[in-house]
Design a protein around this ligand. Structure first.
Ligand code: TRP
Ligand code: ZN
Length: 452
């Protein structure tokens, strides 16, 4: 609403009326559709936060926009241009927006380039004592410095201007400039590694399948690059690359040897792996693991088979199939957690152990699956109850129908913002009204339904 001088309140027209997200009302610009990000990051001294960036956003308007409002809470902006010409802009620090003062009509496209330089501050996660955004791992006597991105849910805009909401997934080209001898990796496939006259080198990665902004993977440091044999999955060839800080010992690295087998098992259940490359980058920081696209971010503590399977599963559920709203995180976490059971079964372990473990995790309380607060987004219900709901659906429908259903879900929802209602629609269509009613109880009941 805006207040006229008469004191009369009138509704403000256009996009301010609608919000993209129920839990993060400030994120994203409704009507803005980013197709591609070209991200250049200069990291002159890995292990320190200093960053120079140039981000080119290729965007299209789905509705008439009077200005383009990107999410941004990063270092000082040096310049902004629109289709190559300088463009006026300002920042609104109360909403973390970078406002590019130029209209974009419905159906039109623009190429917006923003350069910045400074030290990204990161933002506190609402539930865990950790920071989201650009991370630095300072050098120690035994370990050179490193940097990486850890952004879910909304940390990416602390270092890059972007439409920072999963309902607007995009493709990425990432160019990382680092000192000689420093390894740099990002989401997608390696395109080039070029030496620069000043002795630095610029490594370019291309990700040609759209993913949410939080899933952008960036890792630089003294990393051992382990290239594994390509994997064929149906008609596709998947490259395999893992990265380990040189200080990380062999026993931490060992479980990653199982990744190829995990890809086979999960491809069988979920359908073709959605990208052309996969691997893990291990970090020495104390954080949860994160399913960054094509290159998961794996803390040393999370270097266990169960967690590696979980993050791999997110490549289908969360990265290829994006959320439409943050209240539906159970769609990501439930499927990724359920993948742990599918893997255990394939390994000949007793899956009922996991089912009882999940039920016991919910002993202290549970909730309907659609989150109503930010604090619920990554709670035990999103993970354990979400997984139990899928187990109930599978048990009710049988393995063959459930597998076909999963294949169809990943195929039809790829790059399409997805809600619980979309899962219901497919459940009813493919598994029938009884299955849909069952899922409904698991999603809606305030109490925990009985497990089959
Ligand atoms: N999605 C991550 C996983 O389960 C975990 C995660 C990301 C997380 N961001 C978070 C957990 C913030 C708690 C708070 O693989
Ligand atoms: Zn997860």
């Amino acid at each position: 609403m805006c207040l006229l001088t008469t004191g009369q309140a009138v509704p403000t027209p256009s996009h301010t009326d609608t919000l993209l997200d129920s839990l993060y009302p400030q994120l994203g610009q409704p009507g803005l559709n980013v197709l591609h990000y070209d991200v250049r990051l200069d990291i002159p001294q890995p292990g320190t936060p200093g960053l120079r960036s140039a981000v080119t956003v290729l965007a299209r308007a789905d509705t008439d926009l009077t200005s383009v409002q990107l999410d941004y809470a990063g270092p000082q902006i040096r310049s902004a241009s629109w289709n190559g010409a300088p463009v006026p802009f300002h920042r609104d620090d109360s909403t973390d927006k970078l406002i590019i003062e130029w209209p974009l009509k419905r159906g039109e496209r623009a190429t917006i380039t923003v350069t910045s330089e400074g030290e990204p501050a990161g933002k506190p996660d609402p539930t865990l004592p950790m920071s989201l955004g650009w991370h630095s791992v300072p050098a120690t006597s035994t370990q050179p410095g490193a940097n990486f991105a850890f952004s879910e849910p909304d940390g990416t805009h602390t270092f890059l201007p972007c439409n920072d909401h999963p309902s607007d997934p995009a493709t990425f080209t990432t160019h990382l400039t680092v000192p000689q001898g420093v390894t740099a990796a990002a989401s997608g496939q390696l395109q080039r590694d070029q030496l620069n006259p000043d002795g630095t080198h610029t490594v370019t990665y291309a990700l040609t399948t759209p993913v949410p902004t939080y899933a952008l993977s960036v890792h630089v440091g003294q990393l051992d690059h382990v290239r594994r044999p390509d994997l064929t999955s149906g008609s596709r060839v998947i490259e395999r690359h893992d990265y380990f800080p040189s200080s990380v010992p062999a026993d931490i690295r060992a479980p990653y040897d199982r990744t190829d087998q995990m890809l086979r098992v999960l491809t069988d259940w979920f359908g073709p792996y959605p990208f052309q490359t996969y691997g893990s980058a291990v970090v020495t920081s104390d954080l949860p693991a994160l399913e960054t696209a094509t290159l998961s971010t794996m803390p040393v503590r999370s270097s266990q088979v169960r967690v590696i399977v979980h993050e791999l599963a997110h490549q289908w559920f969360g990265n290829a199939v994006p959320l439409a709203d943050w209240s539906d995180t159970w769609l990501n976490e439930g499927f990724a957690t359920y993948a742990e059971l599918l893997w255990a079964e394939a390994e000949g372990e007793d899956p009922t152990a996991l089912v009882s473990r999940w039920r016991s995790q919910l002993q202290r309380g549970t909730r309907p699956l659609i989150a109503t607060t930010q604090a619920q987004m990554f709670d035990a219900s999103a993970y354990a109850r979400g997984a139990l709901a899928l187990h109930a659906l599978r048990t009710h429908s049988g393995d063959q129908a459930f597998r076909a259903f999963l294949h169809e879900y990943t195929r039809t929802r790829a790059a399409r913002p997805t809600r619980t209602a979309d899962l219901f629609a497919l459940t009813r269509q493919r598994l029938g009204p009884d299955a849909s009613a069952l899922l409904h109880r698991w999603v809606q009941d305030p109490n925990l339904p009985a497990s089959p």
